[in-house]
Design a protein. Sequence first.
Length: 264
Amino acid sequence: MQGIFRWFCHMSSVLVCGVFATVANADTKNAIPVKVGAYEYGVVYFFENDKPSGFTPELIADLNAIQSKYFFELVETSSRRRYNDLAMGGFDLILMESPDWDWRDQDVLFSDPIVVEYDLFIARKEDVPGPGWFDDITRHELLCVLGFHYKFASFNANPEYLQDHFGVLFHYDEQQLFDHLLDGEGDVGIVSAGFLARAYAKNPELSQRVFIGPSPDFSYELVAVLSKQSAISLAEFNDLIRIVKREGNIAQEWRDMHGNLPTG
């Protein structure tokens, strides 16, 4: 009798799950799709064990969980291609951008601030006699990410400008930059605090090899950049962000991704 009862409970749970799955699929089909651009940057978007991960996928999941009118879905782009992709309708919005990153000349809309990030100057600890070594950053050979924007260069991301004026050495992403710096290339690299926190989380011993400059290159608010043809209006998007913030998800997720970042 108990076996029959357990079988009945199991079948009931299967049926209930099936009903919920059907409802969820129906909601997804009826929802308005909103395509969200993302490229590899810090803890915003990265791959862990060959799977997409980071703050953007988590925020997309949060936005889908609190409502059913829209269905947010991630679309990959690159740091250099993102402007054209947004302008050509490849996606409706891109998360976690600073308006200073060549967006102010574009015909776009900016959301309310979502989180704050900062970019750090880093060097091999063995090369740095003290914090004053970072006083004039432009006298050092700099490692930067192609397509990224830096305050020391007035946010001009043009590779030729950066090479002609600062002799910058370029890399595809922050991980490649970090690896080459540790291998002896250049003097100073610039990475986001989120990236460095993730690197230390995977290998705490790195803190013994890296010196962090006393002042960041830039501290900035990250927003969403929306196309004026976006499937979701700016007002509605801001309302959804406020809801997620009120529930505490955004602040906690961002803190977790920056936890235990050492200084100096």
